[in-house]
Design a protein around this ligand. Structure first.
Ligand code: ZN
Length: 341
């Protein structure tokens, strides 16, 4: 079977061949990141000029602009590769890709800071048109959860991980909403639209952020300590309380994640890649249904979530959120003091 993808640059060309398709994927991601940068830039630029934070805001705007300039470079770099115009040496390619990956992480952080700043300014009444109240609701929910976590009776090591999960979760929700609201996507999936709309409500927003924080925790804790996940999830539960019912859902997500770590049976007739994709897809569908239920009170059926491409989009957002989580963990570099585990 030959996969053919449409070129990310919008030229209408079909991209064939493994290397070119890879470059095309990174081109798509680059486009997404540039769109986020432009949106964050627009939000910050629309804020009133005055206020205590004006200088910080100017610095942030300059930062977004320099990241955008780099993004433009990558857009043309990946387009050249996707078009098959030139192939750099392997070493040069790997170097460029590594730097590009660093750039994507910086974009994630800078846009998150920018959105938080915009939300804070809105709360302080500084903004003109103002960003959507969803961002304000999510930022407030994040502050609330961070505050609870910082006082939780649990080793700092686990607090640090959960704080990182919370940051990842914020990105997942914000990116997913961005994706759904993008006019070019034309989503008319009722549960998903209700979900996105509900996040402007502070209480729904907080429930959703807690839920997705747990999704991230189930995933990272299981990937890191597959054998001891029951103990570690129990510790996490002491820091960020859950009802028995909610814990069952988290436990199922952990089990689905553990399944991803299992070797593929020799007699499995499917391609390894298909099995892996299937396991990941299960995680995405299950976690999206839980997030929707947390926010709206109604758990959609699997069919409703499968409709169109909402689960794959959610999966991309979760993957991006995991990057944020790991970047944050790298930054704070917690040391595990509890050697008994
Ligand atoms: Zn093209």
């Amino acid at each position: 079977m030959t996969f053919v993808a449409k070129c990310f640059c919008g030229c209408g060309e079909k991209v064939r061949g493994g290397g070119r398709r890879g470059a095309n994927k990174m081109g798509h991601k680059t486009n997404d990141h540039n769109a986020r940068l432009r949106r964050a830039h627009e939000l910050l630029a629309s804020l009133a000029a005055g206020g205590d934070a004006a200088n910080d805001r100017q610095r942030l705007i300059a930062r977004l602009e320099s990241l955008l300039a780099i993004g433009d470079h990558y857009e043309s770099f990946w387009a050249h590769l996707a078009h098959g115009n030139f192939m750099p040496s392997t070493a040069a390619f790997l170097e460029e890709r590594r730097e590009w990956y660093e750039w994507t992480k910086q974009v994630t952080v800078a846009t998150r800071v920018a959105l938080s700043e915009a939300a804070r300014a809105e709360n302080a009444g500084l903004s003109g048109d103002g960003p959507p109240s969803r961002i304000a609701a999510l930022v407030a929910a994040g502050d609330q959860i961070d505050g609870e976590l910082s006082q939780a009776p649990v080793d700092d090591f686990y607090i640090a991980i959960l704080l990182s999960c919370r940051r990842g979760a914020y990105d997942v929700l914000e990116l997913f909403c961005d994706g759904i609201e993008d006019p070019s996507t034309e989503v008319d999936n009722a549960p998903v639209l209700a979900f996105v709309a509900s996040l402007a409500d502070p209480e729904a927003s907080e429930r959703a952020l807690r839920n997705v924080t747990w999704t991230m925790a189930a995933r990272i804790l299981t990937l890191t300590w597959p054998e001891r996940r029951e103990t570690i999830l129990g510790i996490a539960r002491a820091a960020l309380p859950l009802s028995d019912e909610e814990y069952e859902d988290v436990w199922r997500l952990a089990a689905v994640t553990a399944e991803e770590l299992q070797p593929i049976a020799d007699d499995d007739p499917r391609e390894d890649e298909d099995v892996k994709a299937g396991r990941w897809f299960t995680f995405c569908c299950d976690s999206l249904r839980l997030a929707i239920e947390a926010a709206t009170g109604v758990r959609p059926t699997e069919v409703e979530v499968l409709a169109l491409w909402t689960a794959p989009l959610w999966g991309e957002c979760v993957a991006q959120g995991m990057d944020t989580l790991r970047a944050h963990l790298d930054e704070i570099d917690p040391v595990n003091g509890d050697t008994s585990l």
